[in-house]
Design a protein around this ligand. Structure first.
Ligand SMILES: Cc1cc2nc3c(=O)[nH]c(=O)nc-3n(C[C@H](O)[C@H](O)[C@H](O)COP(=O)(O)OP(=O)(O)OC[C@H]3O[C@@H](n4cnc5c(N)ncnc54)[C@H](O)[C@@H]3O)c2cc1C
Length: 360
């Protein structure tokens, strides 16, 4: 059978593209020797366009907000197709700060986010503790981003694979080394950090160490919101899951090695326990590291590399989970209608390939 689209890479981005293309009637095949084991496995799964809006990234923030708005419908469709609960939760993010310097830093970012019209409100310590009584008495103040969400990325991978199975899409356990040898009308490179070797695009690994804790006795964690904290100059996030897991992340390191270090774990645990002292009693269930596919401007690269034949969807850096729905639908539009939606205008590969040509 002829393949219309070969997707290279079976992380959340490649799997979601394959699913959305199959929904549109394309014959699709995914290539990946270890699907779901890249950045997507390490990921915390925060859908946090508001609390993650950062200085100088207005275009990216717009894309994050647009993709987050698609999540409720994407989730409903995926869970129905796959019969898998992906752990979608809507409690929002509490931003909390311990010292006067931490609070100043949190307020500076909140003022910027509010200036973009994003829904974030300042909260005093008393109001934060009303929402989450387990917060440390040292918490001085912070904010609430009510529209931030979360999913469990491992469940998301399971659901996408089940939806692909149901749609008759095969995942071949092969690594692709030569795009010209792939037997398909069009190829989509969605290989995360592996995309650089296949395309020459500037995608680099940015290491993140991240922990999974477990509440004692299989109970749910004692807090419901995602908590993003500033603790004595260290920044940390805590993501509670219904099954008792608490994800504690993450370091940001310009390194490609997979090792978990004592210093990385120490920093994360210290900041987590400073914010929510009860976490000291939780089991340390997993310490791992993943590599975010980073780009020079921290934004994804989506579009044709060779028009009609090779497209890319990579470089999602810290935001691949929140950007999954808009990327998958955008690439399906590109393959079916020849054009990406306007939201992707600033994120094409030409912003980097032009530089390469110009510098010769
Ligand atoms: C610690 C950490 C926390 C994060 N937290 C969040 C968060 O809270 N919210 C959020 O939105 N994002 C988060 N991210 C970012 C997010 O996880 C990534 O942006 C996203 O997973 C990227 O997905 P991907 O499919 O592009 O890459 P990956 O998941 O890395 O998948 C790429 C796949 O390509 C395969 N591959 C590579 N080369 C080849 C080849 N030559 N042939 C075939 N297959 C190949 C690999 O085996 C891999 O399975 C986090 C990342 C990390 C590391």
């Amino acid at each position: 059978m002829t393949t219309d689209v070969a997707v290279v890479g079976g992380g959340v981005i490649g799997l979601a593209i394959a699913w959305r293309c199959a929904r549109r009637g394309l014959r699709v095949r995914v290539y990946d020797p270890t699907p779901g084991q890249g950045a997507s496995r390490a990921s915390a799964g925060m859908l946090a366009p508001v609390s993650e809006a950062y200085f100088g990234e207005v275009e990216l923030t717009r894309l994050l907000v647009a993709s987050a708005a698609r999540w409720p419908a994407f989730r409903a469709e995926l869970e129905a197709a796959a019969g898998v609960d992906i752990g979608y939760r809507e409690e929002g993010t509490l931003i909390v700060a311990l010292t006067p310097d931490d609070l100043a830093e949190a307020q500076r970012l909140r003022a910027y986010q509010a200036s973009l019209g994003l829904p974030i409100i300042a909260l005093p310590a008393t109001r934060l503790r009303e929402r989450e009584p387990l917060l440390s008495p040292r918490v001085r103040g912070g904010a609430f981003a009510a529209q931030d969400r979360q999913v469990d990325p491992r469940r998301l991978v399971t659901a996408l694979r089940a939806a692909l199975d149901a749609a008759g899409v095969a995942v071949s356990p092969d690594a692709v080394t030569d795009l010209s040898a792939v037997d398909a009308e069009a190829v989509v490179v969605a290989a995360g950090c592996g995309s650089a070797a296949l395309t020459g695009l500037p995608v680099r690994p940015v290491k993140g160490q991240i922990l999974r804790l477990r509440a004692p006795g299989g109970a749910p964690p004692g807090f419901r919101h995602v908590i993003r904290g500033y603790a004595d100059g260290r920044s940390v996030y805590l993501v509670p899951r219904a099954d008792g897991e608490v994800v504690v992340g993450a370091t940001v390191e310009e390194r490609a090695d997979p090792g978990v270090t004592a210093g990385g774990v120490l920093d994360l645990v210290r900041a987590a326990v400073d914010l929510v002292p009860e976490l000291a009693e939780y089991e340390l269930a997993e310490a791992t590291a993943g590599h975010r596919p980073g780009t020079p401007d921290n934004a994804p690269i989506v579009g044709w590399l060779e028009p009609g034949r090779v497209a890319v969807a990579t470089g999602h850096f810290r935001h691949g989970v929140v950007l999954t729905p808009i990327t998958a639908d955008g690439v399906a539009d590109l393959l079916c209608a020849g054009q990406l939606p306007a939201e992707f205008a600033a994120f094409g590969p030409s912003r980097f390939t032009r530089e390469v040509v110009g510098s010769r």
